[in-house]
Design a protein around this ligand. Sequence first.
Ligand code: IMP
Length: 429
Amino acid sequence: MEWMGNIVVVGVQWGDEGKGKIVDLLAQEADIVARSQGGANAGHTIFRKDREFVLHLIPCGILYPEKVCILGNGVVIDPKVLFEEIDQLQNYGISVGDRFFISDSAHITLPYHKQVDGARELSRRLGTTQRGIGPTYVDKMGRIGIRTSDLLDFEIFKEKLKKNAEEKNFILREFYKETGWDWQDTLEEFQRYGERLRPWITDTSLLINKALDEGKRILFEGAQGTLLDIDFGTYPYVTTSNASAGGVCTGLGIGPTRIQQVLGVAKAYTTRVGEGPLPTEFSPDLDEMMRIMGREYGATTGRPRRCGWLDALVVRKSVRVNGAESLAITKLDVLDGLERLRICVGYQYRGRTLSEFPNQIEVLQECEPVYEQLEGWQKETRAVRRIEDLPREARKYLNRIEELVGVKISIVSVGPRRDETILLENFHW
Ligand code: IMP
């Protein structure tokens, strides 16, 4: 197969599009797999020889013994989750060893971030994963964050932690009426983490740019999805990072000229976990059925995902924002057996038809989807490996998505395993 430069794999819905499987598939041809944003809120599921792996922080490339994996400066690191993940991988005989690197400028999620995340949820109800992601990024932007490199010097870490303790405890105790947080305990715990992290912490921007100069091939693994992006998502029901392709540059310290391809990943229908609008949400009975058929439960929190029809306005917006040239459609097999399918092609809003996804949540909340109906297919698609072998109705469904979204589909996934995939002619790798 032909290598077409470095590639960004990005979710074009509300996350959980099946990026883990697509990254696992494409990582075969990459030298480095790098993450640029998000943290332990992600849950990338990969099936290998009938074993299921769920990775929250470490890039999916780690499952290949020779791939280098990087967590960039834009990622927020929860060392406890990271070590649990590393230990779990080791139990499976997968060693992280000297092919894993963490940016010295990546911010650390500390216990008070998780406490604030949980406490704020009680009143704000954004449906966060409560992994402390939002509060960690808030401190980063507020310039009081603690970075991985700070953990490497006890005095620097102590100083910064102590400075934060007063403010954090005031907020926790006085505003949220929570128990306080003991900075001395954290100091000891995170000092130990720092020692364990030490061999992996480095200037990953330098590392990755050198690797690029040497002609190494890089796969940029997106986490969450474009509709959860802090700028382009359904604000405020979003995560706190740039989950769209633009975040790759700032989250890893590379220039846009280093990226040659952007592949958008879309599920054949739509899901979202947590609060916030989902205009094409199924009726409760279909919702329940699809959740069971598609095993739609959050990989990080176990929460049931809300399910709905494919929304062309969502995918078209994401394709535009990311500059995606092609799409991977996942979980097509989950639609097998449905009599009819719907695709949302517009929204009714106060007597008008909107043809583009609105940016204001207040508008979106009043929108009613306008659907186009298509015939379903009654055959199983899981064993199909060539596009021409898909049922005619399934091909029609995919063609219609291409027309509505304006880009070609290059990969169709018909099952969780790596080989349950159809690669199309326009897929260049
Ligand atoms: P946070 O990222 O934990 O702050 O959560 C903010 C929103 O993003 C919530 O609706 C979460 O359910 C959602 N979210 C965060 N990470 C993921 C993910 O990896 N997949 C799907 N939804 C996510």
